[in-house]
Design a binder for this molecule. Structure first.
Ligand code: GNR
Ligand code: NI
Length: 178
């Protein structure tokens, strides 16, 4: 059975942890991948990195298809080479409500282990290339807001800290007092 995981929000310090490579893809890894897919689809995201759900392993899931029916699961992902540059609007499930232009490589040559533990390698561009770069950044403890100005990043952090404080207080107030 699949389970929905909790997505951490910026500036949670756990988003800054550099994730560790997997020695191999196991049944446990596949369970994590399935739980991450369920979490990603529920949140209507196109990708999710294990770091975002507090798991210190180099695992990511992606679905950039229109029909939301082409899940991709990767372990130990690597970018072998990059070509060109392109700016596009990015959002992040760990930075809810913010969309900003980020410059990335236009094409990447990508290598990883798939869900079955087989080595795969391909070159890609477009949204898949953007998403791969965004997710591997997460596994290295990096967020898209790190590419913005200090002023913009500070504003986003303050707003999200306030929202998280308010959410915590609402949760506390909904518990009957003794
Ligand atoms: O759902 C997501 N959309 C998105 C849009 C543009 C560039 C990157 C992304 S990834 C994001 C999901 C997410 O936060 N993955 O880490
Ligand atoms: Ni993200």
């Amino acid at each position: 059975a699949m389970a929905r995981l909790t997505i951490l929000h910026f500036p949670d310090p756990r988003l800054r942890i550099k994730a560790r490579p997997l020695p191999s893809v196991t049944a446990e890894t596949r369970q994590l991948m399935d739980d991450m897919l369920e979490t990603m689809y529920a949140a209507e995201g196109i990708g999710l990195a294990a770091t975002q759900v507090g798991v210190d392993q180099r695992v990511l899931v992606i679905d950039v298809s229109e029909g939301r029916n082409e899940p991709r699961c990767y372990a130990n992902p690597e970018i072998l080479s990059r070509d060109g540059t392109e700016r596009s609007q990015e959002g992040c499930l760990s930075v809810p409500g913010y969309y900003e232009e980020v410059e990335r490589a236009e094409f990447v040559r990508f290598r990883a282990l798939d869900r079955d533990g087989n080595a795969i390698e391909f070159e890609t561009g477009g949204l898949l290339a953007v998403c791969i770069q965004h997710e591997i950044d997460h596994l290295d403890g990096k967020l898209f807001v790190d590419y913005l100005s200090d002023l913009k990043r500070r504003r986003i952090r303050k707003k999200l800290e306030k929202e998280q404080r308010e959410e915590r207080d609402r949760a506390r107030d909904s518990v009957p007092a003794i």
